[in-house]
Write a protein that binds this ligand. Structure first.
Ligand SMILES: Cc1cc2nc3c(=O)[nH]c(=O)nc-3n(C[C@H](O)[C@H](O)[C@H](O)COP(=O)(O)O)c2cc1C
Length: 162
């Protein structure tokens, strides 16, 4: 098993419905591939944490690399992982905003700041904690998975919204 964290630059603005299409593909494909994870928009960027079989993660990263809905993928973590996912049965969790306090914000010249190892670990831990908290308490974002909502009804709700 591997776990991976990357940041990337969204092509579409915050709250663009294209995120729902991303979520639909993620929920469908990841469940089949044994991938779990969490995707957020924070500081004008995507941050996605993934856990799953190495080959499945590699195949997903290849698709992500050619997806025009974002660019500038920067892998921050790519390492061997325990068999049990920190994201439970969430083939993909999603939230629109998360105050990360990890120093992700763009620099005045528009560039992304370099991140220290500590900031990267902190971002990973925040995503894991956010996934747990969302599973327990939900999120204000209407298309986030709700507490107690099973994967299939969640996918059906996302498909109905598209
Ligand atoms: C930020 C971002 C995150 C994505 N996350 C996933 C994911 O976790 N799983 C997935 O299968 N596709 C994900 N996608 C979509 C893939 O790039 C690709 O469009 C999709 O896997 C193609 O699958 P489909 O042929 O079933 O539509 C993501 C795309 C973006 C822009």
């Amino acid at each position: 098993m591997r776990e991976l964290l990357y940041r990337s630059l969204p092509h579409f603005a915050d709250f663009d419905p294209s995120d729902l299409a991303i979520l639909r593909a993620s929920l469908r494909n990841n469940a089949r591939a044994g991938i779990t994870g969490y995707l957020i928009r924070a500081s004008g960027q995507f941050l996605q944490a993934l856990h799953g079989p190495a080959a499945a993660i590699e195949a997903l990263m290849a698709r992500l690399g050619t997806d025009p809905r974002h660019r500038g993928i920067e892998v921050l973590i790519d390492r061997a992982a325990p068999a049990i996912s920190p994201f439970g049965d969430w083939s993909m969790g999603y939230d629109h905003f998360l105050p990360l306090e990890t120093g992700l914000d763009f620099l005045p010249d528009g560039a992304r700041p370099a991140l220290t190892e500590g900031q990267i670990e902190h971002a990973w831990e925040r995503l894991v904690a956010a996934a747990r908290s969302q599973g327990e308490f939900g999120s204000v974002f209407p298309y986030a998975r709700m507490p107690g909502e099973a994967a299939e009804p969640y996918l059906a709700r996302i498909e109905a919204a598209l």
